[in-house]
Every structure is written in structure tokens, then in C-alpha cells.
Design a protein around this ligand. Structure first.
Ligand code: G3H
Ligand code: 13P
Ligand code: ZN
Length: 359
């Protein structure tokens, strides 16, 4: 069994200067594809389930699937993370279902679309940290609203994101406020707003510093050198997969994602967790389309799903290699959650210390 907490994994990543992609998971095919890439590259893994994934697959199916993946890939440390938890109950029920880490996204109110004020965000996130740490689970918070610096808009298309437009200041995490937030909430990792957004339509042209504020990552890291930074909305929306999608009857208008080299720059400045969902959605559905168009009589779903898995494994392998995640799995000795709980209780796991060094 190699179920690792986010805190231990990101402490290891900080100590050895790498980043970890956090892939969203909804079904068996995604799980197998991600773990095949992890095995091939010796990479530790973060599997994250959104609230949508939990209602799509069901908590029991997801929990049993995670158990099966652990048995099939015993050499890979696997962190199981709640993506964009919206309430204390969502976070606690995730832990109840075997998750080792939760995101309390208090940047928006519980309706998932109203930008929250600082007091609400720090209050609810601090409450989740206090409870999760009692059982050794890790917590990610978010400060600032994810959205486009090109348009000021959010990405409500995924069912999560503010409606309308926001000022540039609300779309960029303030370093002083971030320092206060981390100290007050004791989160293990902090998601920051730097101009990335969820989904395929992030930028209308290749992003520059005006719309993708990587310099802000550098300032945040300078202010918070011991805090693990998280980049959401970090799919690269590869042109190669857009081309397959569009050549097979798909209609994706011209769009640009977050270039891999910009993420690598972030990893040099404290980014340890990199959220990726869209890239696996795009690569897999591009393959569905290619098969459907090439063999119009095909009706065996496996003939669609197998190439989709191969495509997802390719994307994951590329990210594990680019982010430096590759080659780190076998060194990691997993600290059980009960031990992590003791470390939080004894005060040896404040935001300024490291689980890896304490091990
Ligand atoms: O946070 C956004 C992820 O892409 C999850 O999307 O809620 O459709 O599963 P979802
Ligand atoms: P993408 O839509 O860029 O893949 O982002 C996913 C994400 O941030 C999940 O929390
Ligand atoms: Zn996200």
C-alpha cells in the first residue's frame, strides 16, 4: 500500500526540486493510463477527483478503483486528492472515503460562482485544515480567483467559476495577503491566481507575461519560500491533439494553453502541484473521434478506449518527464496518515517545516 499525503509528497518535491502533475480522474481508463505512465517513468502520482467526478462515478466506485490501482502499482506512491472542495462536508466526506488530501476552495462561496471575501475564505479553509490535520490529511487552499487576464472572465463552463467579469486585482494573488492567509490557515499548499483558467479556452494567442503572470509566481515564492504553490488550469492544450480532434470532425476554435516551459519555470520558483484535466480529456476524445471517423462500423467501445488510454499515457509521460517527477517514486518511503496526524499535533509540521526532513 503506498497511499501518500499531499504534504509528504510536495515536501519531497521541494527538497528534490521537482513538480507533480495532479491529474483529474473519473474512470478506470484514466486511472490505468496515468499509472502506466507513472510506472514507466518511476513517478509519484496525484489523482484528484472533483465533486463532479464523485457524483459521476460514485464514492464507492472511486474508492474501490483507487484501492485496485494501489494493488496493481504497489511501487508508486499515490496521493488521492479532493479537487475544488466547496464545503467542510465535501472535504470531510472525501477523507472518509480514503482521500489523503483535500482542497478547500474558499475563493468562491459555496454556490461555486460568487467570489468570496478574505474573511470567509480564511475562516472556512482554516477550519478544514484544523480538522483534516487531526487525522493527518493534507489541505490545499486557494487565494485569488482563477480567470482570464485577457477578458476578465471566469470559466463557468466547468460548473465551477465566477460569473461575469472581475478586476485584474481580483485575478492575481496578492503576495502580502498570501503570507497572511498561509499563516492563518496553516494550509499545506496554496493555489494561486496568475491568469490561468480551467478548460480548453485559456488564451487567444500564445500567452505572454501580460496574460500569464509567471513573474507573480516568482514574487509569491520570494515572499513564501516554504509554501508549496499550486497552479490550476495548467493544461497546455497541445496543438497536436487539437489537430487530431479537428481533423476528425471536432470543432475546437483556435486556442492556447499554458506552455510546458512556463510551468517548468514555475517549478523553479516553488510550484509543486500542477493541475491537469483538459489535456487528458482532449487527447482521449480526439482519439474517440479519430476511431469513429476512420471505422464507421465500429461498435466495440474497447476499440475507442484503448487508443484513448494510449494517448493519455503519452501526455502523462511527457509531463512526468518535463516536470522532473520521473525517477522519484522508488526513493519515497510513505509516512502513514496516523504518523502525519501526530506530527501536526506535536507542532513539527507547521508551514515552515518539512515532512521529508522530519522522516
Ligand atoms: O476543476 C475543474 C476540473 O476540470 C474538473 O472538472 O468538475 O467537470 O469534473 P469537472
Ligand atoms: P485544466 O482545465 O487546465 O486541465 O485545469 C484543471 C484543474 O485546474 C483542475 O482543478
Ligand atoms: Zn482547478
Amino acid at each position: 500500500m503506498a497511499r501518500i499525503t499531499l504534504r509528504q509528497l510536495l515536501d519531497d518535491a521541494a527538497e528534490h526540486s521537482y513538480g507533480v502533475p495532479a491529474f483529474n480522474i473519473n474512470n478506470m481508463e484514466q486511472g490505468l493510463a496515468i499509472l502506466e505512465a507513472a510506472r514507466a517513468t518511476d513517478a509519484p502520482v496525484i489523482l484528484q477527483a472533483s465533486r463532479g467526478a464523485r457524483s459521476y462515478a460514485g464514492d464507492i466506485m472511486l474508492a474501490k478503483m483507487m484501492e485496485a490501482l494501489e494493488v496493481m502499482y504497489p511501487e508508486i506512491p499515490i496521493c488521492i486528492h479532493q479537487d475544488h472542495g466547496d464545503t467542510v462536508a465535501t472535504c470531510l466526506s472525501a477523507i472518509q472515503n480514503g482521500f489523503t488530501s483535500v482542497m478547500m476552495d474558499g475563493s468562491l462561496e459555496a454556490d461555486g460562482k460568487t467570489p468570496a471575501d478574505y474573511t470567509y475564505n480564511a475562516g472556512i479553509t482554516g477550519e478544514v485544515s484544523r480538522l483534516a490535520h487531526m487525522v493527518g490529511a493534507s489541505v490545499e487552499g486557494e487565494l485569488g480567483c482563477l480567470g482570464s487576464l485577457e477578458t476578465g472572465g471566469g470559466e463557468a463552463e466547468d460548473g465551477h467559476g465566477f460569473e461575469g467579469t472581475l478586476d485584474r486585482a481580483m485575478l492575481l494573488t496578492d503576495p502580502d495577503e498570501a503570507a497572511r492567509f498561509v499563516a492563518e490557515t496553516q494550509v499545506d499548499a496554496l493555489a494561486v491566481a496568475i491568469g490561468t483558467s480551467h478548460g480548453a479556452y485559456k488564451f487567444s494567442k500564445r500567452p505572454d507575461g501580460e496574460v500569464l503572470a509567471m513573474d507573480l509566481i516568482e514574487r509569491l515564492h520570494a515572499k513564501l519560500p516554504d509554501t508549496h504553490l499550486v497552479m490550476h488550469g495548467s493544461s497546455s492544450v497541445p496543438e497536436e491533439w487539437q489537430a487530431v480532434f479537428n481533423a476528425s470532425g471536432g470543432e475546437m476554435r483556435e486556442t492556447y494553453g499554458v506552455p510546458v516551459e512556463e510551468i517548468v519555470r514555475g517549478i523553479r520558483h516553488g510550484v509543486r502541484k500542477v493541475n491537469i484535466d483538459t489535456d487528458l480529456r482532449l487527447a482521449s476524445t480526439a482519439e474517440f473521434r479519430r476511431v469513429a471517423q476512420g471505422s464507421k462500423s465500429e461498435f466495440d467501445p474497447r476499440k475507442f478506449l484503448k487508443p484513448a488510454m494510449t494517448a493519455m499515457t503519452k501526455v502523462c509521460t511527457e509531463r512526468f518527464e518535463a516536470f522532473g517527477t520521473a525517477g522519484n517514486a522508488q526513493r519515497i518511503r510513505v509516512i502513514p496518515m496516523a504518523d502525519m496526524a501526530r506530527r501536526y499535533a506535536s507542532g513539527s509540521l507547521t508551514t515552515r517545516s518539512s515532512a521529508a526532513r522530519a522522516a
